[in-house]
Design a protein. Structure first.
Length: 282
């Protein structure tokens, strides 16, 4: 009986020390795993940062080289005997490149702030119909220049939503700009805005353009991602418009959905909740 009691005591102390060493081993293993995950995350962050910087310097350098090249030609006017038409053309190319450079710099600042969480919205009551009308008015000329048909169907009873008007306009501009840019002449760009049953506003931008595969959509949503990487001319853009639009819609508590068929066209659906931003929290 005495033996049995001593045995039980020894057993429980053995169990105790076994439990301690087991929990220490689990702790060590978890620490090792956490260290390995942190290291992998740091390596990935570094890789993304390097790629971002490489892309960024490419995007800045290309138009800057145009500015330098064409302005140099202009300074050599005396010796080259440039015609008036040449001078106007070179000055226009310098202006084009500089304007593009400014857009890229603004987009890079936007995407960096959006990704670091330091992007500030300026909320107010927004008429989505007005934001869409403004955006379409700006694109009027380029739609006809591209030989495209525009179909517009914006519901007259859209509710006022709380959001950042300028950023929503930027979002629509990026998406409509893509629909125009990637649709060959003779195609159609259709913009619709309607009320959804759950009181969201649904804006659809549809085109009959070049379309994207599933994989290309994934690439397109990443900063600097362009579905057709062979299109290297900076005039085609820098691959920031779509990720910025997505991040801005996310910030408004909405969603962007892209459906596309290669060679047939693309449909981008933006859903915005009417209480997109709670003004009381600003
Ligand atoms: N409506 C569309 N139809 C076909 N391809 C599209 C469409 N919208 C986007 N894409 C593809 O997704 C890529 C990324 O789009 P995004 O708007 O981010 O960049 P971009 O238009 O090339 O340049 P940026 O908008 O910065 O001027 C485009 O380069 C294009 O390959
Ligand atoms: Mg774009």
């Amino acid at each position: 009986m005495l033996n049995a009691v001593i045995g039980a005591g020894q057993g429980s102390s053995l169990m105790g020390s076994y439990a301690i060493s087991l929990s220490e081993a689990v702790l060590r293993q978890r620490t090792r795993e956490a260290e390995r995950t942190a290291k992998l995350e740091a390596q990935l962050a570094n890789k993304i940062k390097s790629e971002f910087i490489a892309n960024m310097s490419h995007e800045l350098r290309t138009p800057l080289n145009s500015v330098l090249g064409f302005s140099k030609l202009l300074t050599e006017h005396e010796h080259r005997k440039l015609s008036d038409d040449d001078i106007v053309e070179y000055a226009r190319l310098v202006q084009d490149a500089a304007t593009h450079l400014l857009t890229v710099i603004n987009n890079i600042l936007d995407i960096s702030k959006l990704h670091s969480g330091s992007f500030m919205l300026d909320p107010s009551d927004v008429q989505v119909a007005d934001a869409l009308d403004d955006c379409l008015a700006n694109f009027g000329k380029s739609i006809s220049d591209h030989g495209l048909n525009l179909v517009c169907n914006i519901a007259s009873n859209l509710p006022i939503i709380q959001g950042d008007e300028q950023k929503l306009r930027q979002t629509f501009t990026n998406l409509v700009g893509n629909a125009i840019k990637f649709t060959p002449p003779g195609g159609t760009v259709a913009i619709e805005a309607a009320n959804a049953p759950n009181s969201d506003i649904v804006v659809t931008i549809r085109d009959t353009g070049v379309g994207m595969s599933e994989e290309e959509i994934r690439v397109a949503l990443a900063p600097f991602g362009q579905a057709d990487a062979s299109r290297t001319r900076w005039r085609e853009g820098s691959g920031l418009g779509l990720p910025i639009a997505k991040a801005l819609v996310d910030l408004h508590g909405g969603t962007i959905e892209i459906r596309s068929t290669k060679g047939q066209g693309t449909e981008v659906t933006v859903r915005l909740p009417t209480n997109a931003l709670d003004l009381s929290s600003y």
